[in-house]
Design a protein around this ligand. Structure first.
Ligand SMILES: Cc1cc2nc3c(=O)[nH]c(=O)nc-3n(C[C@H](O)[C@H](O)[C@H](O)COP(=O)(O)OP(=O)(O)OC[C@H]3O[C@@H](n4cnc5c(N)ncnc54)[C@H](O)[C@@H]3O)c2cc1C
Length: 300
């Protein structure tokens, strides 16, 4: 296997580090080391890495900004892949944005606003990438990224490239139904023509709404649980008395009870224990099974 890793390092457009701590690459700031962290700059580099990983029987997980994952303290086995350079590019054409899957949503919002493209303002303040947003069908205030997708492309484990329109897959609340292991490489987002000032004003409104109701600027992963039908997870967690409740360095936000904050030095184990305690209490008090919105990954 070492030979294959050496070979991977030599591929043009590939950068590789061993034992990279996932706490450095997740917004919650927890998670042990992955075996190999690999940055790919081009589609060709991605293709070559996938080929070698298959030969070496190494599992691969793509990470965007790590803003919807909780990585366990033992880290992630195999390769953690990050998209870079060409795969982060955004090209604006009229009211359409051709975005590499590694482009950040912040960049999408900035570029859309500057070009007077409306309809993408809801992405402001979501600290993910286009790829992560497509996979999780990111959304805010009843608008989902699937509402603004013209198409998106994936690379399968067999190195096939497939382009989908949103109706071809099963987008739902915080899910896309995409096959695990497929890598989103790029997407075309479509907004509508509007004035730059109008788009800017809407972006500001979304950001203000977040500053007022969410613990922005802290180490978090956004909402921990999905909202159960007809209710809000945060409401139930607050009613159960968890606001401000702590386990080690992990604290239920005093601003929004569906958010857990790493106040410094929290471990994944502490956050998971807090999640379990909340889930059990909410079930006991309200007979509601809270489902995770974040994804817990890696080894103990
Ligand atoms: C402060 C804060 C606010 C947030 N607000 C919101 C919100 O309003 N609405 C919302 O929906 N979410 C919100 N989130 C959660 C999160 O930002 C979104 O789910 C975001 O879309 C995740 O993107 P990411 O690139 O960070 O994905 P990651 O967390 O890195 O990955 C998420 C999943 O997608 C997979 N993945 C990532 N990139 C690819 C790719 N290119 N191809 C295939 N699989 C991929 C990963 O393997 C993982 O399974 C918030 C998070 C934070 C920290």
């Amino acid at each position: 296997m070492n030979d294959l890793i050496d070979e991977m390092e030599k591929i043009p457009g590939v950068a590789l580090r061993r034992d990279e701590l996932m706490s450095l690459h997740t917004t919650l700031g927890v998670g042990g080391p992955c075996d190999f962290m690999v940055w790919v700059s081009t589609k060709q580099a991605l293709r070559s890495v996938l080929e070698l990983a298959t030969k070496a029987a190494l599992p691969i997980r793509v990470l965007g900004r790590g803003s919807n994952v909780l990585v366990r303290d033992g880290g992630i086995p195999g390769i953690v892949l990050r998209l870079a350079d060409d795969l982060n590019e955004i090209i604006v054409e009229g009211i359409e944005m051709h975005a590499g899957a590694g482009a950040t949503l912040a960049e999408v919002v900035n570029r859309a606003t500057a070009a007077g493209i409306g309809g993408l303002e809801f992405l402001a303040g979501i600290p993910g990438t286009v790829g992560g947003a497509v996979v999780t069908n990111a959304g805010a205030k009843d608008t989902w990224i699937s509402d603004r997708l013209k198409s998106f492309s994936v690379m399968t484990e067999d190195l096939d490239e497939i382009t989908y329109e949103p109706d071809d897959v099963q987008f739902a609340y915080r899910s896309s139904g995409l096959v695990e292991g497929w890598i989103v490489t790029d997407a075309i987002l479509r907004g509508y023509a509007c004035g730059v000032d109008e788009a800017r004003k809407k972006v500001e409104e979304y950001l203000t709404m977040r500053r007022q109701s969410q613990p922005t600027g802290e180490k978090t992963a956004g909402c921990i649980f999905k909202n159960p039908p007809g209710d809000a997870a945060g409401r139930l967690i607050e009613l159960a008395g968890f606001k401000g409740y702590r386990k080690g360095g992990a604290e239920v936000s005093t601003i929004h009870a569906n958010w857990i904050v790493n106040t410094g030095g929290a471990t994944a184990r502490e956050i998971i224990a807090l999640i379990e305690e909340i889930r059990n209490k909410v079930k006991e008090l309200f007979d509601v099974e809270l489902e995770l919105e974040i994804e817990i990954v890696g080894r103990d």
